[in-house]
Write a protein that binds this ligand. Structure first.
Ligand code: CNA
Length: 275
């Protein structure tokens, strides 16, 4: 048995006994799809923002900065906008766990909607930082549909910046910027789920954005906590528990190995093939 298989065995045993998995996802689960994360050195978005002339890297997702200058965000949005990318093996693993009734919930910080695209149903997904699914004017809050937003993004007379057709305020997709509150559903659903988390798979996140980053720390001792990441982060490094499983591997390799051990590998590969 390989080192990785040894680490995965308690997770496989727990799932086979009927325990359910809750995911806590970050940008690292989508790098395999070609979407850069924020903080990976060299390949992360923050390392490549020089061309946007920002006062500080996070400004691109800062609501006060956006109110003055939405151009950097819309330059980046062009790259990140859903539709260009297909789900990864990790996303399809979530869908397969849903299909065999082994999924409790998916808390995701990602705005790429790849969990949905992989076939995970709405009720299972909590998009903690919102998504590109809807857009509103930041001044009068009127909604703009996606088609119109995209038209504005490609309209040179508007400098590629969507503006409200009623009040001319800037329009922003409903992704949560620094300085904005999280959607109510995040808090409501967590209130309902927090005591029921049996297997917590925390994947591809630097665990630096709060309040999301505090979720693994708030889990009770009966939850099996697993980190799948390229580096040790957050509570897994500051408050390591003896029962924690830390897998410093690529999310894709994890998905391949776990699906093999659960007897789901062929189904996983078939889903990837179809996409
Ligand atoms: P982050 O801070 O960029 O951290 C990503 C983490 O994933 C790092 O610790 C990496 O080492 C790790 N990582 C990268 N690739 C892999 C891989 N293939 N396998 C395993 N680990 C990997 O991103 P967070 O999600 O922690 O930060 C929260 C922000 C990022 C949220 O607000 C998101 O909206 C935002 N974001 C989302 C996307 C997206 O939707 N795909 C892309 C970029 C940023």
């Amino acid at each position: 048995m390989s080192q990785l298989e040894k680490k995965l065995k308690p997770i496989v045993d727990a799932i086979n006994k009927g325990k359910k998995v809750t995911f806590f996802n970050g940008a690292g689960i989508s790098t395999g799809a070609g979407i850069p994360d924020f903080r990976s050195p060299e390949t992360g978005l923050y390392a490549n923002l020089a061309k946007l002339n920002l006062p500080f890297a996070e400004a691109v997702f800062d609501i006060d900065f956006f109110e003055d200058n939405p151009k950097p965000f819309y330059t980046l949005a062009e790259e990140l906008y859903p539709g260009k990318y297909a789900p990864t093996k990790f996303h399809y693993l979530i869908k397969l766990l849903q299909d065999q009734d082994s999924l409790l919930r998916v808390y995701t910080q990602n705005i790429d909607t790849l969990e949905r695209l992989a076939g995970v149903e709405d009720d299972y997904i909590v998009e903690a930082h919102g998504s590109f699914a809807r857009n509103h004017c930041i001044k009068c809050h009127r909604e703009m549909d996606n088609e119109t937003l995209k038209k504005h993004m490609h309209d040179e007379t508007k400098d590629g910046i969507p503006t409200c057709e009623t009040c001319q305020g800037y329009v922003k997709p409903d992704i949560v910027f620094f300085g904005e509150g999280l959607p109510g559903r995040f808090f409501q659903q967590w209130d309902e789920d927090c005591d029921d988390v049996e297997i917590a798979l925390v994947a591809g996140t630097s665990l630096t954005v709060y309040p999301f980053a505090s979720l693994p720390a708030s889990l009770g001792k009966k939850s099996l906590r697993v980190l799948i990441n390229k580096e040790k982060v957050g509570d897994f490094s500051d408050n390591y528990r003896k029962s924690d499983i830390v897998i410093l591997e690529d999310c894709e390799l994890f998905a391949e190995q776990l699906s093999s051990m659960l007897g789901l590998r062929d189904e996983l590969e078939a889903l990837v093939e179809q996409s």
